[in-house]
Design a protein around this ligand. Structure first.
Ligand code: HEC
Length: 270
């Protein structure tokens, strides 16, 4: 389908509008790129499925810390598709650039579904932001990155992120924890007063938000889980949950060695 579209464009005289593929940006262009623009593009286009920071959770897609120089599909603790794992290359700037222009063209059969390629107008800035935030840039973060870190946090979460807040406070968060001793399932309910209650009477918890590198994270702690571990602490970038979604399995993490925790959100509460 993509190929057909391309032929149509070129023969239709739209070659200049749709463009020959944009050249991979030079290091100078990446250093000079607009950090804010890159961050916004990442938050809108990628953060629903990926985190960047070291130790970040795998969401639908893998955490991208340390991507450059790593083999495709080899992100730790993420079950990448056979297509991605057998692509057989190591990620470099040119490969990521091509992947963002057309994931399916670079790695046919991979499982990353994005609604459209990243437009050329955003791609250099996004690329630069990703390199900075995944530990691959050999230049410093621009001053602008830290200058606007002071988000107006005087307003309550419910006003700053209304759709995220309503989604979490009115629905059920469902867990399935795979441990060597068997599977533990429980539901939790995040409450407006900062507490977390559960379908399991023994479970208690609380939640709050923290800010790091200009991004806001939703963090929570649970205690009294009938299994090992009996306690959990997890943090998610709020932007990653900007699009409210329902599914039994939305994210996966490894709270401790040998244990896999699956989380999802189900509509409503009992
Ligand atoms: C709808 C969810 C989704 C969105 C949105 C998304 N990705 Fe992905 N991404 C995935 C999945 C799933 C994979 C693993 C694909 C596979 O295993 O075939 C992946 C894989 C990748 C990989 C390869 C990782 C590796 O270890 O080889 C890169 C790089 C990547 N994504 C970057 C991005 C960027 C940058 C954006 C934003 C423009 C983005 N993704 C948007 C789901 C997504």
């Amino acid at each position: 389908m993509h190929r057909g579209l391309f032929i149509l464009c070129t023969t239709g005289g739209l070659l200049f509008a749709s463009g020959a593929p944009a050249a991979v940006p030079t290091r100078d262009q990446l250093v000079a790129a607009d950090y804010q623009k890159g961050r916004t593009a990442f938050q809108q286009r990628c953060s629903a499925c990926h985190t960047l920071a070291e130790g970040g959770s795998n969401l639908v897609g893998p955490n991208l810390w340390g991507l450059i120089g790593r083999k495709a599909g080899a992100s730790p603790d993420f079950a990448a598709s056979e297509a991605l794992r057998s692509a057989g290359f190591e990620w470099d700037v040119a490969r990521v650039w091509a992947f963002l222009a057309g994931p399916e063209q670079l790695v046919p059969g991979n499982r990353m579904l994005i609604p459209e390629p990243v437009p050329e107008a955003d791609r250099t800035a996004l690329m630069s932001f990703m390199l900075l935030e995944t530990g691959a840039a050999d230049w410093p973060r621009p001053a602008a990155a830290t200058a606007d870190q002071k988000v107006d946090r005087t307003k309550p979460l419910s006003e700053r992120y209304p759709s995220f807040y309503n989604h979490l406070m009115t629905n059920t968060t469902r867990y399935r924890m795979e441990t060597p001793d068997g599977e533990v399932r429980f539901d939790t309910y995040f409450n407006a007063d900062g507490s977390v209650s559960s379908s399991e009477k023994s479970i208690r918890g609380f939640w709050n938000t923290v800010e790091r590198r200009g991004m806001e994270f939703f963090c929570y702690a649970l205690d009294g889980i009938p299994g090992k571990p009996s306690q959990l602490v997890e943090c998610f970038p709020i932007a990653a949950m900007a699009i409210p979604r329902f599914a039994e399995q939305l994210w996966t993490s490894k709270p401790v060695e040998g244990v896999t925790l699956h989380g999802g959100i189900m509509a409503g509460r009992p």
